[in-house]
Design a protein around this ligand. Sequence first.
Ligand code: FES
Length: 82
Amino acid sequence: MYVCSCFGITEAQVKKHAEDGACTPRQIASACKAGTDCGSCVRRIQALLGRGACPRRELADQGRPMLAEFPAGGPADLPEAA
Ligand code: FES
């Protein structure tokens, strides 16, 4: 079943992107453009992610890094943008 009819993105595709680490509608949009045209599917995508489509969500909820590790000490150790 289509979640995003503008780009022909199915529920299965959204779940696949979620499994690959996309945990927010914005990350889903980066992966497949879903939600970037009329936007009417964003709530549906959000609902899919909220229903456990994203296995890494638990890490996010615990405030732990999901996609990348920060250097020792956390994000504060990252160099300032010039
Ligand atoms: S239905 Fe997804 S952007 Fe329009």
